[in-house]
Design a protein around this ligand. Structure first.
Ligand SMILES: Cc1cc2nc3c(=O)[nH]c(=O)nc-3n(C[C@H](O)[C@H](O)[C@H](O)COP(=O)(O)OP(=O)(O)OC[C@H]3O[C@@H](n4cnc5c(N)ncnc54)[C@H](O)[C@@H]3O)c2cc1C
Length: 388
């Protein structure tokens, strides 16, 4: 049965046989093309560029996108299946890097012209090009309405000056969906441009070194009189802020799913470990305190995942979930913070050692409550809904 929010039974089924088929195909791809290489790519600080092409070739990148753009349309749970299975590799950096198109493309798909979609969506879904989203600036990320990178219209071009930082896939992106100031101060002066990385006046930093997500390319981008064709404006001039806010809903869902999968893998690893590791002559699972710790992990995860799915189903049904998706992201991150902390504790010294999955999950998890809007900004959004 498809989700029906008017149904008195409250019965919800989010995944059907078609979703299971996509899950199997995604799992096969991840097991073959990613899992064997994760440790090597993490140590190297990047995964090969041709992973995008390989993922594009098996239609993994285009799930949820319109068919005429090379995608495979479907409800929101097809995308969730893909995100979950990619996270199964146990590495947030690969999931974030390979998934940067999902924060870069929706604005073009929803607001772009046919020419923009042809030029900037199709090749990314195919895996031929890499797309990134560039909102955050060195001077601040939370206060999007205060951004300072300017784009001045000169005849049929915009001349862009300023910089962006912490951009996922930023160093090797072929195109960025970039927030710029085209008007006065505040949210009403912001527009979105697609900027190609080979534009004159465009340059990037070296990859930024991070606590986690090592294999994800995170970079700073500089614009020095960077010239961008005016036809690359997405939607209307000075109306970009609303598109950015719209875009955040899907990014926050993606991050909630990543947090839940982080908890899921940490939980599974912990259960395996307590059964096999012995102390004081018996397996760790023989200690009630250990079992209860794991019970708490599993319970919190179950609640978080169910709530995330429910919010996703409502988004899919066109119901406004701005408050709820902020709650889901915060809740999922609170759970993954606790679960990854406890998983490391359960592993003892090994939990602090490289090569153990929980060590990486613990590090990678930290950014989930910062990216896509911090915990505090989510609370601001929720409180605005509660008090206004
Ligand atoms: C690995 C990584 C990848 C990222 N990828 C991208 C990307 O692809 N594209 C992109 O555009 N950005 C990206 N970001 C940036 C990310 O979205 C920002 O870091 C985030 O929005 C916070 O902005 P900031 O770092 O400037 O912190 P600030 O905005 O300076 O905030 C600092 C602290 O102040 C708090 N704070 C700020 N305002 C308030 C308030 N009103 N009330 C209470 N507390 C407040 C914040 O919660 C935070 O704790 C990425 C960041 C990281 C670390």
């Amino acid at each position: 049965m498809k989700y029906d929010f008017k149904s008195k039974s409250g019965f919800q089924e989010y995944f059907g046989r078609a979703h299971d088929m996509v899950r199997r195909a995604a799992k096969e791809f991840v097991d073959k093309e990613i899992v064997p290489y994760v440790d090597e790519w993490e140590e190297a600080g990047e995964f090969p560029r041709n992973l995008y092409k390989k993922a594009g070739d098996v239609d993994l990148l285009g799930i949820g996108y319109p068919e005429e753009l090379g995608g495979t349309p479907g409800d929101i749970f097809f995308q969730i299946v893909a995100w979950e299975e990619i996270m199964r590799c146990g590495c947030g950096g690969i999931a974030a890097g390979l998934g940067s198109l999902h924060i870069a493309l929706p604005a073009i798909v929803n607001r772009g012209t046919d020419e923009q979609k042809e030029r900037y969506v199709k090749p990314v879904i195919n895996g031929d090009k890499i797309a990134a989203l560039a909102i955050t600036e060195p001077g601040g990320g939370s206060d999007v309405a205060g951004l300072q990178t300017t784009a001045e219209r000169q005849v049929d071009e915009y001349v862009v000056n300023g910089s962006k930082t912490f951009i996922t896939s930023g160093c090797r992106a072929d195109q960025i969906t970039c927030a710029v100031r085209t008007g006065g101060p505040g949210p009403h002066g912001i527009s979105l441009l697609v900027i190609e990385s080979n534009s004159p006046g465009y340059s990037v930093s070296d990859k930024l070194k991070k606590t986690g997500w090592w294999s994800s390319d995170t970079g700073q981008i500089f614009f020095d009189n960077c010239r961008v064709p005016a036809v690359n404006l997405i939607g209307q001039e000075n109306e970009g802020f609303y598109t950015i806010m719209e875009n955040f809903q899907s990014e926050r869902l993606q991050l909630a799913v990543m947090a839940n999968m982080t908890s899921q893998i940490a939980l599974e690893e912990s259960i395996k470990y307590v059964k096999q590791r012995e102390a004081f002559g018996k397996p760790l699972s023989g200690f009630q305190v250990m079992r209860h710790k794991i019970v708490d992990m599993a319970t919190q995860l179950e609640v978080s995942r169910e709530f995330t799915y429910r919010v996703a189903a409502k988004i899919d049904a066109g119901i406004n979930q701005v408050k709820e998706i902020s709650m889901a992201k915060n809740f999922a991150c609170m759970v993954s913070d606790r679960v990854t902390y406890d998983a490391v504790q359960i592993f003892g010294g090994y939990g602090f050692m490289r090569g153990y999955p929980v060590e990486r999950l613990f590090r990678d998890n930290r950014v989930l409550s910062i990216g896509g809007g911090t915990t505090e900004i989510m609370k601001e959004i929720i409180s605005n809904h509660l008090f206004n």
